[in-house]
Design a protein around this ligand. Structure first.
Ligand SMILES: [Zn+2]
Length: 333
């Protein structure tokens, strides 16, 4: 069996050779825009240019999708090279993948940008890990800003685009869509149609603060869309209801118990999801492991358990670690 080669044009894969090999994430050779590169050779990896992803023919995506995007394939290869002990090659592949991800046009969250920082942390390369971690967050923050520009959030941008369309088409009505899991503030405003100008007296006028900010409160996740008043119903609690009647109900928090429960569940989920991909516990653990190998717990989960329990052994370990310059946070995370 010859070494596997993967073929790309403008950052999108279109061929795997030999074609009967299904897993192309560990291919040895890459042909990108007609030039061949050895993916297990540092100098070759450095030479791979960032292709013009925007030029790629969407047809080439078929069959491979995101998993055939050059940034994705290089990232997977970085992991595979590392597990084979090709650390320098893997370092170079990860750095290349980070450049490619930024150019790919795919909006990733922090996580894939942090893979490299996490590998470095686990290998005891703490300084490099910190630099890569900071870089990852900076990239994602910058991309978020660019997407929302000239607004602060993408959510606001969508609202002001909607408002612009209303102006162009001479529409005067907005609907704040009903949301099952909704906070007490939003409960007063969602599930209603509003008049932007206030001229249509059948509906309340859209409050000025929403018109100015595009949201009921910062971080609000309600969608606000334009509404065609020829339709006389909107969706509320899963049913089509009379738009005029529902829009004029009292402006109070009228959530049912199950809606309140759904909102509390949502908050819990969000708290869990917002745990960083590289936690403070993990940073502490690997510093202890490499600095104090004789007394380090056997695993990260063991460390987290003793830390959460604030056991005597943990407090002792903490004293020793702090004496060696490792900061141990006692905040919950
Ligand atoms: Zn809300």
């Amino acid at each position: 069996m010859p070494d596997q080669t993967i073929y790309f044009k403008n950052g999108k894969m279109y061929k795997v050779y030999p074609s009967d090999q299904e897993n192309w994430y560990d291919a040895k050779y890459l042909v990108s825009d007609g030039i061949i590169y050895d993916l297990e050779n540092v100098l070759d990896i450095k030479r791979i240019p960032v292709p013009d992803f925007a030029k790629s023919n969407p047809d080439l995506m078929s069959g491979y999708g995101v998993t055939g995007s050059l940034d994705y394939v290089i990232r997977m290869k970085a992991g595979n090279a590392r597990s084979k002990g090709l650390i320098r090659e893997s370092d170079e592949l990860y750095r290349k993948a980070i450049l490619l991800m930024q150019a790919s046009g795919i909006s990733y969250d922090e996580r894939p940008y942090l893979y490299y920082a996490k590998e470095l942390l686990r290998e005891g390369r703490f300084q490099e890990s910190e630099i890569e971690e900071k870089r990852a967050y900076a990239i994602v923050e910058q991309q978020r800003r660019a997407e929302a520009y000239p607004y602060k959030t993408l959510h606001q941008k969508l609202f002001f685009q909607t408002l612009e369309v209303c102006k162009e088409l001479g529409r005067d009505h907005l609907e704040i869509m009903y949301l099952y899991s909704c906070c007490e503030q939003c409960a007063k405003y969602h599930g209603r149609v509003y008049s932007i100008s206030g001229k249509d007296k059948r509906f309340p006028k859209i409050p000025d603060f929403i018109l100015e900010t595009g949201e009921i409160h910062p971080g609000c996740s309600h969608s606000i869309t334009s509404f065609d008043p020829r339709f006389n119903t909107i969706l509320f609690r899963g049913a089509d209801v009379d738009a005029v009647i529902i829009s004029n109900r009292p402006f109070v928090d009228d959530r049912t118990d199950s809606e309140k429960q759904a909102y509390n569940d949502y908050l819990k989920r969000r708290k869990k999801d917002s745990r960083p991909y590289i936690t403070t516990d993990e940073k502490e653990y690997y510093r202890i492991k490499y600095t104090l190998p004789d007394i380090a717990p056997k695993s990260l989960s063991g460390y987290v358990r003793m830390k959460n329990a604030r056991s005597k052994n943990f407090m002792k370990l903490r004293d020793i670690a702090e004496n060696r310059g490792i900061r141990i946070s006692l905040l919950n995370q």
